[in-house]
Design a protein. Structure first.
Length: 459
């Protein structure tokens, strides 16, 4: 018989997690002003808020931390990380930062001015926030098929090359500091971008004399999908695919808390020395000296090792296989989600589940609250709250999709946890017709409001 799926690791340490009663969860949710970010972690049974910084580091990563060099300048750990980045991405220059949004802050401080245009495939929250904070504009050029959760496409995160070229034709190149290509496309449901599409974006960038930035938080997962889904890449290694992907780009930002499986860390890598030098001042101002940039030596060592482990095919097969397993369980229950299952999360289609909740009452957030009340599971809204208000009209932006993201931490939960998650989702789905009201905003920040927003039940 064919051998069944098994994880490519074994467990050496465990952490106890506590179940709670529904009455407890109802009170905790009220105390948190119905914002899942405000919950104490001890109040959460299975935490799927994010896969960022929540993974389990390996024995080799912990060992590498013990050899961290904490020298302020020129630490061995910096050069260890530099070697790992160069071997996997091919970029000759890099600047460390403490996480991905810090990388965006440094790079965009050097690149963006008011009125600029940055086209991309569904900019995620911090990316869009950094752009709009600088009075620039993020234009979404994702393929239209990504807006239909029922369509099965191997590369549903692709940039629409026609839409992109329309933007490049409309504005002078001086107004477009870069194109932003996110791999995988988080906002569209953790969907990958094909190598063919990456090449096409690169060709347009070169045609119009514009640089290409790759938002690379989950680049290894994207490379896995290219290897397993795109013709001509099945015999190539993950690292060979990574080198080709990044070979089309001018620079990359990385939240290393995802694919590098560390709790803190990030970086910017550069093709051109001039870009690297232009960002050094902002690194020193915002993060630290250019050879540590907000990270300790031990963190850089763990990150260097994590990049190597995160680009291992067997690990990626285990990682992405667990997401697919949860997707299959949801299929058995007939629950709608962004298909096919993505690389780091399942994105529940809240509009198709809570059909009676008005869009003004935050459909995806309502689903997230219901799932927490049902089973102590914490997800995150990818919908109206995250979309923020239009920076000019201050009206709510209502995106085409209202999604509840269930992000699976790396090497943390077992498939028994996936079964529990699927059953809790089914229970909410079974009583969906009785959920007719959602939530309204009491208090919010002007940008990236979803992190700290306060809500109350709609009446």
């Amino acid at each position: 018989m064919e051998l069944p799926f098994a994880e490519s690791y074994k467990i050496k340490m465990v952490e106890t997690i506590r179940k709670s009663s529904r009455a407890e969860r109802e009170q905790w949710m009220k105390d948190a002003n119905y914002n899942l970010f405000n919950l104490k972690s001890d109040y959460v049974f299975i935490d799927l808020l994010t896969d960022s910084g929540t993974g389990a580091m390996s024995d080799k990563q912990w060992a590498a931390m013990m050899e961290g060099d904490e020298s302020y300048a020129g630490a061995r750990s910096f050069f260890n990380l530099k070697e790992s980045i160069s071997n996997i991405t091919g970029f000759p220059y890099f600047l460390p930062t403490h996480q991905g949004r810090a990388a965006e802050n440094v790079l965009f401080s050097a690149l963006i001015k008011a009125g600029d245009i940055l086209p991309g495939n569904s900019h995620f929250d911090t990316t869009k926030g950094h752009i709009e904070f600088r009075k620039a504009h993020a234009i979404d050029c994702t393929i239209d098929e990504a807006k239909d959760t029922t369509i099965e496409l191997p590369f549903k995160g692709n940039m629409d090359l026609g839409k992109l070229e329309d933007v490049l034709k409309k504005y002078p190149k001086e107004k477009i500091p870069c194109i932003v290509l996110t791999i995988t496309n988080n906002t569209a449901g953790g969907q990958p971008v094909s190598m063919e599409n990456i090449k096409g974006v690169s060709l347009l960038a070169k045609k119009y004399g514009i640089k290409l930035l790759v938002d690379s938080a989950r680049f290894a997962e994207n490379a896995y999908f290219i290897k397993t889904r795109e013709k001509g890449y099945d015999k190539k290694s993950i690292r060979e695919i990574c080198l080709e992907m990044f070979g089309y780009a001018d620079f990359m930002t990385m939240s290393a808390k995802k694919d590098a499986i560390v709790n803190m860390g990030g970086f910017i890598a550069f093709r051109h020395e001039e870009d690297w030098r232009n960002c050094q001042m902002y690194t020193i101002m915002y993060e630290g000296f250019i050879t540590y940039g907000g990270m300790s030596g031990r963190d850089m060592n763990a990150l260097a090792q994590g990049l190597r482990e995160g680009t291992d095919f067997e690990y990626l097969e285990t990682r992405i296989g667990q997401i697919a397993y949860l997707g299959k369980k949801l299929d058995e229950y007939g629950i709608p989600y962004q298909r096919p299952a993505g690389g780091h999360a399942i994105f529940l289609d809240a509009k198709k589940i809570l059909v009676n909740v008005p869009k003004e009452e935050l459909i995806a957030q309502t689903l997230g609250i219901e799932l927490y009340l049902e089973g102590g599971i914490r997800g995150v809204e990818i919908g109206t709250l995250l979309a923020d208000r239009d920076p000019e009209t201050r009206e709510n932006r209502y995106p085409a999709l209202e999604l509840l993201r269930l992000a699976i931490p790396r090497r943390v939960y077992t498939n028994n946890h996936m079964d529990f998650i699927a059953a809790a989702v089914k229970n909410v789905y079974d009583r969906r017709d009785s959920i007719t009201r959602g939530y309204i905003i009491k208090k919010e920040l002007p940008i990236m409001r979803h992190f700290t927003v306060e809500l109350e039940p709609a009446k």
